[in-house]
Design a protein around this ligand. Structure first.
Ligand code: BES
Ligand code: ZN
Ligand code: ZN
Length: 491
């Protein structure tokens, strides 16, 4: 649990205090913490350089047992992300030490030139996200999350931002749930199992939930989605989540790619590329997480989530390259490559959601292309939209949450790459190049006139190594981002 406190060091509710320190310039107001920092900087091995860590025990004239002093680098380079990292590292150390609680010292916003709310929010995010441990399949879990994390700030700030801990915790817990779904192995998250897991959470959060099974999907003529599902023993499902407040200002539809495993189908992936394909439902996980956060934080806009869940496998019944199928919109699609399956399930899910809910805009999130990974690397998502305002909102939201997004173009003249000799469109481009753009252009053919943004998260959805506030596995990328987008759409 996250808690703001203005307690002085004599009656701190935790035994351990973590203090961020900059190289050279002080970032704490004069007082006992500033003295602790001076003491730390008296040791040659501690300079305040980013990543520098020093532990002090029972410091004099202080009633804390332990102090974790952490360097965060030069003052003029400190931003919200540096504070998230600081909080994450401190929490990880405290978990390592098997502590139950920890207090993080908030630096002075004036000294850092940062907004106080943004500063506290960043500390809380880093701490809350780092406090998540994925050990569902360990017989003998070694680590336990902290029970309480305090943030020490001025009495005025503690009062003014008293509701912030709960808001941050709600969104970060949703992100952690998304992480778990992404990290879960595919044998434990078939479309039916994943749909049931999402349904359970969504119902207890008070969302309207509908799970469409194969029969319904057939009845609704979701031909593109069903073509991907054809090769799997595990039938597909589509989960619809609806957060519907009274008199909403607008309706936003979120659609997430939910491929529970992507073998590539008959265009089978090589061994190396199969690794990590359990994470091919990270878009769906992020959308589900965002809806759960919305259900709890109650924005004034209606948010609909659509999660097409399908396993892309090979069998005697699987779709072949060259097959022609009919999508939900009636468009015929020539399957140029069975590994370009994400765009097929999204095309049907988006068109269905637009038909049914008439949203003011659609955002889709998907681990869609290896090409996006090649273009932007493992930490940055690709953003595609014809709507400049929407694209800018997404990019600004990503700057705020440090789920970085970079806009890529949707050039009309590239559409010819998707031409098919036999059907209305082909699901892959005729050129080796520009794969992320070709995929986005394919999607654009199924959204009609509805304002739309596509976010390709093939890079940042999953991490083998982990980071300062994230363990190895699913990153939860997209939940804080989409929540921030919804927040910006309100005003
Ligand atoms: N799920 C993959 C994209 C992906 C690749 C996600 C690596 C995360 C990491 C997607 O379904 C896919 O296989 N795309 C193909 C498309 C190609 C066949 C046109 C790709 O990117 O190679
Ligand atoms: Zn694929
Ligand atoms: Zn895929």
């Amino acid at each position: 649990m996250l808690k703001l406190t203005a307690a002085n060091l004599r009656n701190l509710p935790a035994e351990t205090l973590a203090v961020p320190v900059c190289e050279e310039a002080p970032i704490h107001p004069r007082g006992p913490v500033a003295s602790l920092v001076r003491r730390a900087l008296g040791y040659e091995e501690f300079t305040g350089k980013s990543g520098n860590e020093l532990h002090l025990y029972d410091p004099p004239r202080c009633h804390v047992r332990r102090v974790i002093v952490l360097g965060i680098g030069p003052k003029d380079k400190v931003d919200a992300e540096a504070l998230r990292s600081f909080a994450g590292k401190a929490v990880k150390t405290a978990i390592e030490w098997r502590l139950e609680s920890l207090c993080l010292e908030a630096p002075s916003p004036q000294k850092l030139g940062l907004d106080i709310r943004a500063l506290l929010k960043a500390l809380m995010e880093g701490a809350c996200l780092a406090n998540h441990i994925y050990d569902r399949f360990k017989s003998d879990p070694k680590k336990k999350p902290l029970q309480t994390i305090y943030f020490r700030t001025s009495p005025g700030a503690a009062e003014a931002f008293s509701t912030l801990p709960e808001t941050v915790q709600t969104v970060c817990e949703a992100a952690c749930l998304a992480r778990e779904w992404v990290s879960d192995p595919s044998n434990e998250k078939t479309p039916a199992l994943l749909a049931a897991a999402v349904k359970k959470r969504a119902e207890s959060a008070g969302l309207r939930v509908e799970v469409q099974e194969e029969e319904t999907l057939k009845k609704n003529k979701m031909g593109a989605l069903l073509a991907v599902a054809a090769g799997s023993e595990n039938p597909p499902a589509m989960v619809l989540l609806d957060y519907a407040p009274k008199n909403p200002e607008k309706t936003v539809a979120l659609v997430g790619k939910g491929i529970t495993f992507d073998t590539g189908g008959y265009n089978l992936k090589p061994s190396n590329s199969l690794d990590g394909m359990k994470a091919d439902m990270a878009g769906a996980a992020a959308v589900a997480g965002t809806l759960l956060a919305a259900a709890r934080l109650k924005p004034k806009i209606r948010v609909v989530g659509a999660l097409p869940m399908v396993e892309n496998m090979v069998s005697g019944a699987a779709t072949r390259p060259g097959d022609i199928i009919s999508a939900y919109t009636g468009k015929t699609v020539e399957i140029g490559n069975t590994d370009a399956e994400g765009r097929l399930v999204l095309a049907d899910a988006m068109a269905y959601v637009i038909d049914r809910y008439r949203p003011d805009m659609v955002l889709d999130m998907a681990t869609l292309t290896g090409a996006c990974l090649v273009a932007l690397g493992e930490k940055i998502a690709g953003v595609f939209s014809r709507d400049d305002r929407l694209a800018e909102i997404v990019i600004a939201a990503g700057d705020e949450t440090h789920e970085r997004c970079w806009r890529l173009p949707l050039p009309d003249d590239y559409k010819e790459l998707l031409e098919s000799k036999f059907a209305d469109i082909r699901n892959i481009g005729s050129s080796r190049w520009g794969g992320a753009i070709a995929a986005a252009l394919f999607l654009s053919e199924f959204v009609g006139e509805t304002p739309w943004v596509h976010i390709d998260i093939a890079g940042p959805a999953y991490t083998k190594k982990g980071g300062d506030y994230c363990g190895p596995g699913g990153t939860g990328f997209g939940v804080r981002l989409l929540w921030e987008v919804l927040d910006r759409l309100r005003s």
